[in-house]
Design a protein around this ligand. Structure first.
Ligand SMILES: Nc1ncnc2c1ncn2[C@@H]1O[C@H](COP(=O)(O)OP(=O)(O)OP(=O)(O)O)[C@@H](O)[C@H]1O
Ligand SMILES: [Mg+2]
Length: 226
């Protein structure tokens, strides 16, 4: 029997601009079970990226409570959030954001090395992940020489390098052709059984969303199981 790893209660978020206040999240109540896969869908502009950014400690909640594992994000300061981001969560975005002057292996190893893991162990871990994700033979290539699908696999490996409990993916297949989108989808759905990682994926792809254990729809500032 799994237990919740993400719990949001009455989460709200408002953006203030000169002209207006945009109340994007009104009262989001969300529970995601540890080791499961969860998808969030909803119309463009409804606040999916905003919600994922809050879950990832990249943005602060306006109100309400957000707990991820042992971390109470709603009362963490900047130092705590930074530690949370580098130890507990991994991010995968629509664009890969690999550093172009570093090889795939170096890109994947870097976050571990920056956390104080020795260089040899960081490189061993990175090579193992790239092999697990099917691009071990491409590890010494620079991102410019990798295909879109290979770059996204390298980005997933980088997200996994510090062994996060949770992977947050924002439209991870949005920039890929059909075949690569399907294989990246398989990889992400396989992370929970392979690594025990919880996956939260924001996607416009209803087929991908339909394959997750838990499915949520965000609309008008609230979230519902769908
Ligand atoms: N820092 C910000 N300041 C002001 N408004 C913002 C800010 N970030 C996001 N917004 C606004 O909040 C709303 C929600 O944005 P968000 O990026 O979360 O939507 P989304 O659901 O991810 O959309 P999409 O599916 O197009 O990616 C949008 O209207 C956006 O313009
Ligand atoms: Mg978005």
């Amino acid at each position: 029997m799994s237990e919740p790893i993400i719990v949001c209660e009455g989460l709200s978020k408002t953006f203030k601009t000169d002209a207006e206040e945009l109340r994007i999240l009104r009262s989001v109540n969300l529970v995601v079970q540890a080791g499961s896969t969860a998808s969030i869908t909803g119309p463009s502009g409804c606040g999916k990226t905003t919600l994922l950014s809050i879950l990832g400690g990249l943005d602060s909640p306006g109100g309400g409570q957000v707990r991820v594992g042992p971390w109470t994000l709603h009362d963490l300061g900047e130092a705590g959030l930074s530690e949370y981001r580098s130890s507990f969560v991994g991010f995968v975005f629509q664009f890969h954001y690999l550093l172009k002057d570093f090889t795939a292996l170096e890109n994947v190893a870097l976050p571990a090395y920056m956390r104080g893991v020795s260089k040899s162990e960081a490189f061993d871990r990175a090579a193992g992940l790239l092999t697990d994700l099917g691009i071990g033979d491409r590890k010494d290539q620079y991102p410019g020489k990798l295909s879109g699908g290979e770059r996204q696999r390298a980005a997933i490996a980088r997200a996994l390098i510090n062994r996060p409990a949770v992977i947050l993916a924002d439209e991870p297949t949005g920039n890929l052709d059909e075949a690569n989108a399907r294989s990246v989808e398989e990889l992400l759905l396989g992370l929970a059984p392979a690594y025990g990682t919880t996956l939260v994926v924001v996607t416009h792809d209803s087929r991908f969303a339909s394959r997750t254990d838990q499915r949520f729809r965000l609309s008008e500032g609230e979230i519902e199981a769908s």
